[in-house]
Write a protein that binds this ligand. Structure first.
Ligand code: PLP
Length: 456
């Protein structure tokens, strides 16, 4: 945070936007305008157009380094949060591995490094995903992916079959479901027994999977993995999952067990929550690392296990690194009911409010130090009543058509989950640092969409 950041009323939703919800290098210019990475947001909007995702490169790098330090090198960036070639390179250059959950994410990472660097990058990749296809598994093996996270017996069958054809033996972890509930939205809760992901510990499937994987010729068993959910604020829930998984793994991977000596990695997944609005506070990556590492020290000593503790943060790396800039197109006041402020993006660049009922806040980059006493409903331009970006957005008095408005904490699961619904192209994305803005994803055009049409 810069020295001239407004400190007062950090949790007052009608005060100026609190700087803790903005990217690290945020600062206010002499004209009262927000700068990120030394770039004036009003000027960025004029240069690149809106909607526009603006990522603070310093912030992204700092969070990657924090994760690498917190997990002693055992940190993988969960690419599903936000991925493009620049992000893949940034995460790897800061010492993170990369977790991908599809062949598409895998190819994005590999191609980011070109033919010369793809092999080396592949070693830093962990491939997840329930229901991986034979083609995806074959591609990952051929590329030399560092770890496969096996989700089902069918995947073990495919890996055996591929091995019979070419003799390759990739390293693999088994994803287990510990039946620990994350206090989060049902759609992003994955650790409960009733989950589509992984082998259930309670049902005995996980034990059977370890026994089979340890004896399989098609893989080299290298550990276990779990991920209980996303946007989890209590590190104790994640520490509890670690305990359940360790207690499960110890007799199987310890001396005399069917997989003795095979526990190289114990991955606790991602899931650390972030604050999206004034009322929320989240643990830092370092605090999360301490909570898990402390628990792991106790558990590994108790069971005599020497594995590396691995984590896969996505949201905690990318979410607060970005803001989305929009231009207001219309202001509709319904007397005694509410005011709708419609902008030039919406569901297509941020589906989270519609998917999960997620809350966001808003501010005006040209009036960043002003109080925000008015409440408006910030809506998008997609043809859905539910296309609401912020249900009750605090804004300065007098917001009008043509003004620039921004939503903070949009760096994770915004662009990556977005769509071109209504054939509204997805926004451009810029990385800013040291007064420079570089385009890392160009704006999607109607020509891009029409290029998919197969005219007969
Ligand atoms: N690892 C796995 C297996 C996941 O499924 C996810 C998110 O769904 C993550 C890591 C990243 O989670 P988050 O972005 O909440 O840190």
């Amino acid at each position: 945070m810069s020295a001239d950041a407004p400190q007062a009323a950090a949790d007052d939703p009608s005060g100026p936007i609190p700087f803790r919800l903005l990217p690290d290098t945020s600062a206010v210019s002499g004209q009262g305008r927000l700068r990120i990475g030394g770039c004036d947001l009003v000027e960025l909007a004029a240069e690149f157009g809106t909607p526009l995702f603006v990522y603070d490169e310093v912030h992204l790098r700092a969070r990657c380094r924090e994760a690498v330090a917190a997990f002693d090198g055992g940190a993988a960036y969960a690419a599903k949060a936000f991925l493009c070639a620049a992000m893949a390179r940034l995460a790897i250059s800061e010492g993170m591995d990369i977790d991908v959950s599809s062949g598409g994410e895998l190819q994005t990472v590999l191609r980011s490094f070109g033919d010369g660097g793809a092999r080396e990058a592949a070693e830093r990749v962990v491939l997840h995903g329930n229901n991986k296809s034979a083609a995806e598994l074959a591609m990952a093996r051929a590329a030399g992916v560092g770890r496969l996270v096996v989700d089902s017996f069918e995947e073990l069958d495919i890996l055996d079959e591929l091995h019979r054809a070419d003799g390759m033996v990739p390293r693999a972890l088994l994803r287990v479901t510990p039946d620990v509930r994350a206090e989060t939205h049902e759609y992003i809760s994955t650790g409960q027994a009733d989950s589509k992901f992984g082998f259930g510990i309670g049902s005995g499937a996980a034990t059977a999977a370890v026994e089979r994987a340890a004896a399989a010729e098609g893989i080299e068993l290298a550990g276990v993995h779990c991920h209980i959910g996303s946007q989890v604020f209590r590190t104790e829930s994640l520490a509890k999952a670690l305990e359940v998984v360790t207690d499960f793994a110890a007799p199987l991977f310890g001396d005399g067990g069917p997989a003795a000596g095979c526990l190289e990695d114990l991955s606790i997944g991602g899931g650390l929550g972030v604050a999206y609005v004034e009322a929320e506070h989240a643990p830092t990556i370092s605090e999360w690392g301490v909570a898990l590492s402390d628990r792991w020290r106790t558990l590994s000593a108790r069971h005599g296990l020497g594995a590396r503790l691995v984590a896969e943060p996505g949201r905690a790396i990318a979410a607060a690194a970005a803001v989305t800039l929009y231009t207001v197109g219309s202001v509709k006041e319904i007397p005694r009911v509410r005011t709708y402020v419609a902008v030039d993006g919406g569901y297509g660049d941020n589906p989270r409010p519609m998917l999960y009922g997620s809350d966001y806040t808003a501010f005006m980059p040209a009036r960043v130090s002003e109080p925000r006493p008015s409440r408006v409903r910030l809506v998008g331009k997609h043809c859905e009543s539910g296309d609401v970006i912020v249900r009750s957005a605090p804004v300065p008095v007098g917001i009008d058509a043509g003004d620039l408005v921004a939503t903070p904490v949009t760096g994770a699961y915004g662009y990556s989950m977005g769509s071109s619904y209504n054939r509204i192209g997805r926004p451009a994305v810029v990385f800013v640092a040291d007064g420079d803005a570089r385009l890392v994803i160009r704006r999607e055009t109607v020509d891009d969409m029409l290029a998919l049409d197969a005219l007969s």
